[in-house]
Design a protein around this ligand. Structure first.
Ligand code: TYM
Length: 318
């Protein structure tokens, strides 16, 4: 089986953009690959996040992913910081990664704007750590949303540099991008759905019924906005109704209220059983922590092997 690796940052609430862009694929691909899924908590430290928030977000995210169908009996599911090796290999990669490549990263430029008072070194070198996250497990395929493709390109560059300089060791990675690779924001239809655009941008997996209603009601419904809402409906709603509403929209006959009501219902129907599962997991925190501990122990075995081989290849170990 080919190896698949992907991660997600615990920087806020898991939203429908994350789900449609990445997590839905994580769940769908569990049987086809040897999967490594992790919470990228070291990456979260590049943002201004309190200790309390980081640990609460991490717990919530693990619960959300379990409720969405990540199955720890099929995959290796863990927290990045629980495994020794991510930062070690990340350092080796830092020493191979041209600063000019890092400065080119769109996300670095965007984030430097968003948090101009905290442009820390981690924000710049983040993609070298991401390359390590993937290559520590010799990942070959990586399911992500479109915004991560540039980082994956950098992973390929780093692997190539390592292979050219030392030994042909790391595999070439391929992204897996879903149909919904770029889910757009409700309050700004030109931008991707994101926590950084504020609460009104996204619908969280844990969103209350009341808030789902309010957010969709308030969603921008100009031409692009309607296209985005229709696209969202495609993923949660009824295919025939989607077809009909798309045709009506083209003829300028679609009532916004009809689209918004249908979308609200479809999203609520999707969220309800998941939120029930979330409640169940929350009542069993020990079970959740045990899943993470078991996952880390499993991941550590692969990580140890790679790290030892890398240390020998680069001359850190005889
Ligand atoms: P993160 O935590 O920002 O996002 C997690 C996943 O959700 C996808 N995503 C979206 N997809 C479609 N539409 C959207 N509006 C949308 N918003 C987010 C992201 O593309 C991502 O797949 N650097 C990564 C985490 C990471 C990682 C890795 C990923 C760390 N190491 C190794 C893969 C492999 C990040 O910040 O994703």
């Amino acid at each position: 089986m080919k190896k698949l690796v992907s991660g997600i940052k615990p920087t806020g609430k898991l939203h429908l953009g994350n789900y449609l862009g990445a997590i839905k694929n994580w769940v769908a691909l569990q049987n086809e690959y040897e999967c490594y899924y992790f919470i990228a908590d070291y990456h979260a430290l590049t943002t201004e996040i309190s200790a309390k928030e980081l640990s609460q977000n991490t717990f919530d995210l693990v619960v959300d992913l379990l409720a969405l169908g990540i199955d720890p009996s099929k995959v290796t599911f863990f927290k990045q910081s629980d495994v020794i090796g991510h930062t070690e290999l990340g350092w080796v990669f830092n020493c191979l990664t041209p600063v000019s490549e890092l400065q080119r990263m769109t996300q670095f430029k965007d984030k430097s704007g968003d948090q101009s008072a905290n442009i820390n070194a981690g924000l710049l070198t983040y993609p070298a750590l991401q390359a390590s996250d993937i290559l520590l497990y010799k990942g070959e395929v990586v399911p992500v949303g479109e915004d991560q493709l540039q980082h994956l390109e950098l992973t390929r560059i780093v692997a190539r540099k390592f292979n050219n300089r030392y030994d042909d060791y790391f595999p070439k990675i391929e992204p897996i991008v879903s149909h919904a690779a770029r889910v757009m924001s409700l309050n700004n239809p030109e931008k991707k759905m994101s926590k950084s655009l504020g609460d009104q941008s996204y619908i969280a997996i844990r969103e209350t019924e009341d808030d789902v209603r309010k957010k969709i009601k308030k969603a921008i419904s100009d031409k692009t906005g309607v296209e985005n809402l229709l696209e969202l409906y495609l993923y949660f709603g009824d295919k025939e109704k989607h077809q009909k509403m798309s045709e009506d929209a083209k003829l300028d006959k679609l009532m916004n209220s009809e689209l918004k009501e249908a979308l609200t219902k479809s999203i609520l129907d999707f969220l309800k059983p998941i939120q029930e599962k979330i409640k169940n997991y929350e009542q069993n925190p020990d079970k959740v922590y045990k899943i993470l501990a078991d996952g880390a122990a499993k991941a550590q075995q692969t990580a140890d092997k790679t790290l030892l081989e890398v240390k020998k290849i680069v001359g850190l170990k005889k």
